[in-house]
Design a protein around this ligand. Structure first.
Ligand code: EPZ
Length: 424
C-alpha cells in the first residue's frame, strides 16, 4: 500500500469508451473468509486486485492457509488451520477483517481478534454480529481491546432477528451457521447481491442455504464442506462510480462484465438527471450523457435494493455540476460526507446538516489540491476532478486503491487525462 502516491488529473476531457468492470470487493472478502470452512483447495475467479483483498489473503496465510494469486484467480488451501487469532496489525489494516470471525469460529471453535473499531465513515459497531453468535452458542468476552470467542458446546442453530439488516452481520451468521448443529433462521437479513453470491458459493461447497436475497434466510447445518470453484460477481459500486465519471464529463461509456439488474437502486437516479442508460443482455450497459444534467429528487441511501450508501459520494460529485438543488440523506453511516469539504475546494456549493447534504449545482469546477480520507469519498474526488477546469492533485490514493483496481489506467483508457505519481 503506497501511502505517498498522488493522482494528477487534468479535467475537462470527455469519457468515451469501454470499461470491463472488476470483481466485487464486497463479495470477494466474505468469499475468501468462506474458504476457511473447507478442508481443501478452493478457487475464486474474477477476484479484484485490491489492497483489501491482499489484506484478506494475509489473514488467511496468518492462520495457516496457503493463498496464492494467478491473474484474476485466487486459490486458497485451508487444509491445515494452525492459528485462530487475528492480530491487531492485520485487523487495523482492514476493519472488514471482522468477516473472518464467523468462519474461524465455525471451523475451529475458537477465535481471538482485536476489536475492529471504527473507521473514517462511522463507529461501525459489531453488536449485531456478537449477539447473533452468542445466540448460536458462542461465549464472547471483550477486554483489553480484544474479542475472545469460544464455543464450549459447539455452535448450534438459532432463530435470529436482526434489528438492522446488517450486511456484515448477515454474512458472519451464514459463515457460522453452515457447519453448526441444526437449523438457523436469519430474519431481517441483508438482501445485497454479495449475500446471494456468498450463499451460492457456500452451497457449491455443500452447505444447505435457502432464501438468500430475501429478508429471511434458512441454513441447515451440515457436517463437512467440500472444495469447489466460484466466480466473484461484478462490482456494482465500481460500475456506478464509472457511470458518474462518464456522466459528469457529458461522455459516453460502455460497461461490460457487469450486472445491470443489481443497479436498479441508482440507475433511475441517473435517468432522472437526464443521463440515458441502456442495459443490454450479456452484462453490458451503455450510458450517454450529452445533455445538460439536472438535479434528481431527494436521494436517500437505503439497504439493498434501495440507493446504495457506497455510491452516495460519487453521486454527490456528479450533482455538484447538475442544474438545480440536489438533496442527499445518508441513512446508513453517521459520517459519510467527509469528502464534501474537498469538493468545495473545487468550487462545489454544498451545505451539510447532520446526515443531510444540500448541493447547489454550479456551472464549473476548477482544479485544486485535494486529500482523500476514505475509499468512496476518494473516488468522488476523482469523479469531480474529471470535470474540473485545470489540474487537480489528489493525495491519499491508498484509500482509493482499497476498492478500485488501477482507477487511473481504467479512466485513462476511456479518455481521461490522469496519471499516478510517486510523491517526491
Ligand atoms: C458492508 O459494510 C460493506 N463492506 C460496506 O462497504 C457497505 O457500505 C455496507 O455493507 C452497507 O451496504 C463490506 O462488505 C466489506 P452494515 P458493513 O453492517 O457490513 C450498523 C465500502 O465502501 N451496524 O450493513 O460494515 C452500522 O453502524 C464499504 O465498500 C450496527 O449498528 O455494513 C451501519 O450504520 C463501506 N451494528 C449500518 O448498520 C452491527 O453489528 C450498516 O452496517 C453492524 C452494523
Amino acid at each position: 500500500m503506497d501511502i505517498r502516491s498522488r493522482l494528477i488529473i487534468n479535467g475537462g476531457k470527455r469519457i468515451e469508451g469501454e470499461i470491463a468492470v472488476q470483481g466485487s470487493k464486497n463479495s470477494a472478502l466474505p468469499l475468501l473468509s468462506a474458504a476457511v470452512l473447507v478442508h481443501g483447495e478452493c478457487v475464486f475467479h474474477n477476484c479484484p486486485r485490491l489492497t483489501d483483498v491482499d489484506a484478506a489473503c494475509r489473514i488467511l496465510t496468518r492462520i495457516g492457509c496457503k493463498c496464492q494469486r494467478s491473474g484474476d484467480t485466487v486459490t486458497v488451501d485451508a487444509q491445515h488451520i494452525s492459528e485462530n487469532e487475528i492480530p491487531e496489525s492485520l485487523m487495523r489494516r482492514m476493519r472488514g477483517s471482522m468477516i473472518f470471525l464467523g468462519s474461524i469460529l465455525g471451523r475451529t471453535g475458537r477465535c481471538r481478534l482485536s476489536f475492529p473499531g471504527g473507521c473514517e465513515i462511522g463507529s461501525r459497531p459489531i453488536d449485531l454480529h456478537l449477539s447473533a453468535l452468542r445466540q448460536m452458542g458462542a461465549v464472547i468476552t471483550e477486554e483489553h481491546g480484544y474479542l475472545d470467542c469460544e464455543t464450549p458446546t459447539g455452535l448450534h442453530g438459532a432463530k435470529i432477528t436482526l434489528s438492522f439488516s446488517s450486511v456484515g452481520a448477515t454474512e458472519n451468521i451464514l459463515l457460522a451457521a453452515v457447519l453448526a448443529n441444526g437449523t438457523t433462521e436469519i430474519h431481517n437479513a441483508a438482501r445485497e447481491p454479495e449475500i446471494v453470491d456468498l450463499a451460492e458459493c457456500l452451497n457449491k461447497f455443500g452447505a444447505k442455504i435457502s432464501g438468500a436475497g430475501e429478508s429471511t434466510i434458512y441454513v441447515e447445518g451440515v457436517s463437512k464442506l467440500e472444495p469447489s470453484e466460484h466466480t466473484v460477481i461484478p462490482d456494482r459500486i465500481v460500475a456506478g462510480t464509472y457511470m458518474c465519471a462518464a456522466a459528469i464529463t457529458r461522455g459516453e461509456l460502455i460497461l461490460t462484465h457487469c450486472e445491470p439488474s443489481q443497479m436498479n437502486g441508482f440507475i433511475p437516479v441517473l435517468e432522472q438527471m437526464g443521463v440515458r442508460v441502456y442495459a443490454y443482455g450479456g452484462g453490458k450497459i451503455y450510458l450517454n450523457s450529452r445533455k445538460k444534467l439536472v438535479a434528481p429528487s431527494t436521494v436517500r441511501t437505503m439497504p439493498y435494493p434501495g440507493f446504495p450508501t457506497d455510491v452516495q459520494a460519487p453521486f454527490t460529485a456528479l450533482c455538484s455540476t447538475a442544474e438545480g438543488t440536489s438533496v442527499f440523506v445518508e441513512t446508513i453511516f453517521e459520517n459519510r460526507f467527509r469528502h464534501v469539504s474537498e469538493l468545495m475546494r473545487l468550487g462545489a456549493s454544498v451545505k451539510l446538516e447532520g446526515r443531510v447534504c444540500v448541493i447547489e449545482g454550479v456551472k464549473k469546477l476548477s482544479g485544486a489540491k485535494l486529500c482523500a480520507s476514505e475509499l468512496r469519498g476518494g473516488a468522488a474526488l476523482v469523479v469531480a476532478a474529471l470535470a474540473a477546469d485545470g489540474i487537480t492533485e489528489i493525495s491519499g490514493v491508498n484509500y482509493i486503491e482499497r476498492g478500485y483496481e488501477s482507477i487511473e489506467n481504467e479512466l485513462r483508457s476511456v479518455g481521461a487525462d490522469i496519471k499516478k505519481i510517486q510523491a517526491i
